[in-house]
Design a protein around this ligand. Structure first.
Ligand code: FE
Length: 226
C-alpha cells in the first residue's frame, strides 16, 4: 500500500492519499489550491486516481474534489447525509470504498457537522474533524451537535482497537498521527464522565467563525467548482 499524508499550511488541513502500488488511488480531503500538486504526485507515483473523498462539507478551505473529478476523471465521494448535491457517489454507514485491494469502511460520525463521516481501514481511521489529536472538532455551526459528537466518539470511534491509528483532517500544532488508545487516555476533551459534561465543555468554547466560512461552505456545496 502507498500512503501519503500531505499538509496545506494555509488551512492546516491534512490530505491523504491511499493507493495500491502502480494502481488505484484515493485522495481524502483535497484542498482546491493544491490540486495541481496532487495530480503531479499521482503521476510521479504511477497511480490512477479513482476517488476524491471529503469527510464533510468544510468551512475553512475549499475542496479540490470537483476539480479532481474534472481533471482526473475520478469520482467524488461523500457520506449520504451531505447537502453537497454535486457529489457523484454518496456512501452509507458500513459501506466499503474499494481502492485496489484496500477498502475503507464508512462510519457516520456526526457532531462537528451533520454530514461528518469517518473512514476506517484495517489499522487506521480517518476521523475528519470529529476526533482530532488532543482535541475534537467544534460543534457550533453547520448543524453541529455536541451530544451527537459525544456519541460518535464514545460509542463508535473509541470502540475501535486501541492501536488503530488516528489521522485527522487538521492539526494546528504539528501532530500528525495518534492512536485510539492514546486519545482515550490523553485527549483532554475525552476525560469526561458523561455526555452532559462533554456538551458543557463544547458549548463553552465560544470560538470565532473560520475566516473563509462564508466563501468555503457555499463553494464546497458545489464541490469547489466555479
Ligand atoms: Fe471541518
Amino acid at each position: 500500500m502507498i500512503f501519503r499524508q500531505l499538509f496545506d499550511s494555509v488551512s492546516s488541513t491534512y490530505t491523504y492519499i491511499v493507493a495500491e502500488k502502480n494502481g488505484e488511488a484515493l485522495i481524502i480531503d483535497p484542498v482546491k489550491e493544491n490540486v495541481q500538486s496532487y495530480i503531479q504526485l499521482i503521476k510521479d507515483l504511477n497511480l490512477k486516481l479513482v476517488f476524491a473523498l471529503d469527510t464533510h462539507v468544510h468551512a475553512d478551505h475549499v475542496t479540490g474534489s470537483g476539480d479532481l473529478e474534472d481533471v482526473a476523471a475520478c469520482v467524488s465521494v461523500m457520506g449520504e447525509r451531505t447537502s453537497a448535491t454535486c457529489v457523484s457517489r454518496r456512501v452509507t454507514e458500513g459501506e466499503l470504498i474499494r481502492v485496489g485491494s484496500q477498502s475503507l469502511k464508512t462510519l457516520y460520525t456526526p457532531g462537528h457537522t451533520d454530514d461528518s463521516y469517518s473512514f476506517l481501514m484495517k489499522d487506521r481511521v480517518f476521523t475528519g474533524d470529529t476526533l482530532m489529536i488532543r482535541g475534537t472538532g467544534r460543534t457550533d455551526f453547520q448543524n453541529g451537535d455536541a451530544a451527537q459528537q459525544y456519541d460518535s466518539i464514545f460509542n463508535k470511534l473509541l470502540k475501535l482497537d486501541d492501536d488503530v491509528m488516528v489521522y485527522p483532517a487538521h492539526d494546528y500544532k504539528g501532530w500528525m498521527v495518534s492512536t485510539i488508545g492514546e486519545e482515550k487516555a490523553h485527549n483532554p476533551r475525552l476525560q469526561v464522565r458523561s455526555q452532559q459534561e462533554y456538551v458543557a465543555i463544547m458549548n463553552a468554547l465560544k470560538l470565532d467563525n473560520p475566516k473563509l466560512m462564508d466563501i468555503a461552505v457555499p463553494a464546497n456545496l458545489r464541490c469547489g467548482r466555479g
